[in-house]
Design a binder for this molecule. Structure first.
Ligand code: KG4
Length: 340
């Protein structure tokens, strides 16, 4: 029979269908099926995403259970991403979780996708792996969010700052598009930046009071710089790709780190974590690690598997709610938008 608390996590908020099993906070399996169907459209097509989730969800969950080496009757609860995300996609995971829960007679736990990113550092590979101590500061940077969050407990999170326009991921993606790179541009910029000179070009940085972010001015400055340069030299972008990528990445990192430092000063936290798709960026990871080392702060940089959408983070966020007895009614519908 099952030992401890075993949670199945299901994630279907965007274009990754994922299922994971954790037992007492330790990861037993994490299966992610990414959808290649969107590549030719330069972005995620919601209706195609929903259909792909429908095709993927049964085999993905079955594989997660098999890899975990457990029978579905050993599950204590099923955690699912309720939002934010694409409604049609969320509906697939939500409906599947409800159906399986009814069949197995185990409770369901709804998870805010953003809480999942913030709590992903509690997913342990081994029982002895270190995890953050509360309170800690989380820099959540993804395609849809750029937030500085004071994490007081697994349930209590205070947003100290957020973007007033584009998210950091959007800045990467939009500027990459201006350079003619395929979607999503973040990983492409990361790869090119490794070979470029980050001091070569200067782009505008925002002057926003407090801890909020802004990235739309940088995008405009990048666009105008390239537009003017291409007029004088048609193959400018082609000849300067690596330096443009490195300079752009450096600017985004400077903007992120400036507010992170201010938030650390304002809160006095001794632990900093990063999460979300942009936390996969090599430059961001190195800069945050260096900043924390310089300040004598403990840093939590996620494994790259846990930076993108994954069900392990949903399972761990669900585990915390399970411990509090916070279950979800079957009437719960997915939501497209919400903050932390
Ligand atoms: O968290 P996520 O998977 O999606 C949202 O739920 O928003 O993040 C996706 C974002 C995209 O903007 C993508 O370009 C960016 O994360 N990203 C990166 C890297 N890997 C993914 N940005 C910069 N460098 C990377 N290595």
């Amino acid at each position: 029979m099952a030992q401890g608390i075993t949670i199945l996590g299901i994630e279907s908020s965007c274009d990754d269908t994922s299922a994971a099993v954790i037992r007492d906070g330790v990861l037993l399996s994490n299966v992610i099926a990414s959808q290649s169907v969107h590549e030719e459209y330069g972005g995620v097509v919601p209706e195609l995403a929903s259909r792909a989730h429908q095709q993927n969800i049964v085999p993905v969950v079955a594989t997660a259970l098999r890899r975990a080496g457990i029978d579905k009757r050993e599950l204590s609860a099923i955690a699912f991403t309720r939002g934010p995300g694409l409604l049609g996609s969320l509906l697939v995971g939500t409906s599947f979780a409800k159906g399986l829960s009814l069949g197995l007679r185990v409770p369901i736990v709804d998870v805010n996708h953003l809480h999942g990113h913030v709590l992903s550092h509690f997913v342990r590979r081994e029982p002895t792996d270190r995890v953050p101590r509360f309170p800690y500061l989380c820099l959540l940077i993804s395609g849809g969010n750029s937030q500085l969050i004071l994490v007081k407990s697994a349930a209590e999170m205070e947003v100290l700052g957020r973007t007033i326009d584009d998210a950091a991921g959007e800045a990467f993606d939009k500027c990459a598009k201006i350079m003619g790179l395929p979607y999503p541009g973040g990983p492409q910029i990361d790869r090119l930046a490794a070979e470029g000179d980050a001091t070569r070009f200067k782009f505008a940085k925002p002057h926003i009071a407090g801890l909020d972010y802004s990235f739309s001015g940088l995008k405009t400055s990048f666009l105008y710089t390239l537009r003017d340069a291409v007029k004088a030299e048609p193959d400018f972008v082609e000849r300067n790709r690596a330096d443009l990528a490195a300079s752009l990445q450096k600017t985004i990192i400077d903007i992120l780190l400036d507010k992170l430092a201010k938030a650390v000063d304002a809160t006095g936290v001794t632990t900093v974590a990063i999460g979300g798709g942009v936390s996969a960026n090599s430059g961001v990871r190195a800069a945050v690690a260096a900043f924390c080392e310089e300040r004598g702060i403990e840093a939590f940089i996620p494994e790259r598997t846990f930076t993108t959408d994954n069900a392990a983070m949903v399972a761990i966020a669900g585990y915390f709610k399970y411990l509090q007895g916070e279950f979800c009614p079957y009437s719960a519908a997915p939501y497209a938008r919400v903050t932390v």
